[in-house]
Structures are given as structure tokens and as C-alpha cells.
Design a protein around this ligand. Sequence first.
Ligand SMILES: Cc1ncc(COP(=O)(O)O)c(C=O)c1O
Length: 425
Amino acid sequence: MQRDTEIFNLIQKERERQTKGIELIASENFVSDQVMEAMGSVMTNKYAEGYPGKRYYGGCQVVDQSETIAIERAKKLYGAEWANVQPHSGAQANMAVFMACMKAGDTFMGMDLNHGGHLSHGSPVNFSGLMFHAISYEVKEETGTVDYDMMETRAMEGKPKIIIGGGSAYSRDWDWKRMREIADKCGALLMGDISHPSGLIAKGHLENAVKYCHIVTTTTHKTLRGPRGGMILLGKDFDNPWGKTTPKGEIKKMSALLDSAVFPGTQGGPLEHVIAAKAVALGEALTDDYDRYIVQVMKNAKMMSQAFMDKGYKVISGGTDNHLMLIDLRPKFPEMTGKEAENALVAADITVNKNMVPFDSRSAFKTSGLRVGTPAITTRGLKEDDMKGIVDMIDTVLCDPTEATIAKIRKQVNDMMIDRPLFAW
Ligand SMILES: Cc1ncc(COP(=O)(O)O)c(C=O)c1O
């Protein structure tokens, strides 16, 4: 068969883009060679609807083994009692939880998207907001930290079936214990979406949501550094978190409800090549090497947020406990939108994403903020000493986003990154 040069040339271009740039998108990372190899393997050819030992197709004896290894490694890594590794993405994992625990029209509560929540936590353009009734909590304007008192008041008023902790642009640790108290008080299930700080939690550097939540969801491709995908985990309330009976009046195990909400509820055949790659990434995450990586991610983020503040930028909440920070551009550049800042930086091969900041005066298309994270640059070997230099380059571009300045910084960026290979092959 003729080689598809049209696509492979684009793959080569994307590889060059990734190699020469500084990647600061907080939700991105670079997988290892063996994670990549597993994803591009013959496992992609296999249909395996169902679960290990209970499939709707023959020939699943090998994928049964790799899916079981992925499940066991996930349980070990997070201290969970049960795991489902089939969700195709983080949003799919969340959808499965909603389908298992609510009926259409039921109320749930998540963090307001404009305050750092995720689309799948109740945005009106997402299934979560379209099919269910979403109420939300916010951060406090003075501190930029979650307003747990507001969460409690609104939960007692709205009586949600699920309360979701976790978000996409929140730089502080979550008070899972307090949220569990609130959930118990109003009769809700507590769901932790730890997609972002997943790797930090797995290695014990942030409070473990699995200890307090009824259900935990995560993506596998952010700090965890695996293939794109999702997982669902259950901790101590594993069997029947409702007590004697489910909302439907029957005694049913949560694990069975979640399994059938993933398949056949919301997905068909699992991506067994991705599940094999998840197993590889989970195996890597169990090592001390990965722990050293995560510690470095956190050190880099702290150093970078300090460097931004030293240059007069407003970092929401005054710093970070995790791998990301949210910058409000308005105090330093009142006229510049997040979109303009993102475009100027991308032209200099520094990739960031525009982001709403809490109490933003601009729309989601323009925004007043930037979200910046250190997982990807840490994978490429950058250390604390490099952070100030990166912030200097960002500041130079934003202070003077002219073509000449952008070209000068782009050269510095490319010189810095070119000797840091991404792949061994
Ligand atoms: C908190 C959170 N949940 C869910 C998701 C959705 O993950 P995916 O893009 O894999 O659907 C994201 C992705 O950014 C996220 O940040």
C-alpha cells in the first residue's frame, strides 16, 4: 500500500513543533517511548466489548490479561478498591458516573467553569448541563480559593445528588474532608475529578481524594503522563455508598452500576491499545523515578509562579500547591486579552492557553487570563533554574509583542529546547 505522505508529513511537522517549543499547557505531557509503542500496537485491532472474563467477543484471552494488569496497577497506585480503565476520556468517565448515579433532570453541583471548573461539571453546552440540572460553587474573590461555606449553603439549598470536587484551572489542594462532610450533610455522593493533579495525588504529594470520595474520576494523560483516556476509581465506600438501598430502592453495588454505565451505557468496544498503554503508564507511575519527576513538577511550578509574581503578574490565590497556575493579566496589562497573549506566545513557540479568571470581565473567547503548567517541560528535563528564564522570555514577548521581539525570543526558545529530545526513536 502506498504510504500516506499527506498525513505522515503532518505527523513529522507536529513532532518538530513539539520538539522545538516550550510546552506550558497544564493539561499536556509527553509520554514515554513504551507508552507510545503500546498505543501504536496490534491491540488496536481487537474488539473486546465487556470486561475481563466476561466479553461479548472471542479471542480476548490476551487483552483480558493486559486490562487486568491496568486495573490492578491503578488500584495499587491510588490505594483504590476498584477501578474501571475503559473510559475513552475524562469526560466519558464523568458521563458514566452521572449515568450510574442520576436520572436526567437530577441536580448536581460542580465548580463554576469561570472559576476553574471543567466543561463536564455542568456547562450548559455540555451533556452535564444539558441533561442534568447543574448548580455551582465559586472561589472567593479576595483569596482565589474555593468558598467551602458557599458550597455548603448552596448544597443545603439545592440538595444535589452529586457534589463534584476538582477542576481544570485551580492551583490549590482540595479540602476533600470538608467536602465529604458537606456531601454527608446534604445527602449527596461526593465525586472527585482529579484529572489534573492525578499524578501528584498518586504519589502522596496532595491529599488523596480516594480516601474521602465515594467516586473518583481521572484522565490518564495529564500529570499522570499516560495515553489520552479516563479511569474511574472507588475507595472505601466501594460496595454500597447509599447505605442499605440505592435511589432506585434496590441493593446494588456501585462497581456494577459504574461498569454498566461505561459499557454498554455510554461506550461500545474498549480501546485495548490505549488500555495497554494505560497499564504501561501506571507501571511507570509506580516507580521512584516517577516520584522524582512529580516532585520536580511541583518545584518548577512554585518557582515559576514566584517568578511571575516578582515581575508584577497577579497569580490567582498568590501561588500554587500543584503543577499549574492561573495568571490574571489585567493588573499588568489592562488592555491585553488572554487570547492576544496566547497568540503572541505561540508565535514565539511558547505554548500556553488563554483562560477565564475568576470574576473575569471578558468572555471565554477573549478572557483576561493565562493558564500555565509545568508537567510537560519537566518531562523534557527542565529544572527550577530554568523557570526564571522562561518567565523572562514570556514577559519580554508580552511587554513588546512585535514581530522582531517574537522572532528574537523564538530563537532563544528553539536553542533551549532543541537538545532535549522527546523520543528515543
Ligand atoms: C477536571 C477535568 N475533568 C475532565 C476533563 C476531560 O478530559 P477529556 O478531555 O479527556 O475528556 C478535563 C480535561 O481537561 C479536566 O481538566
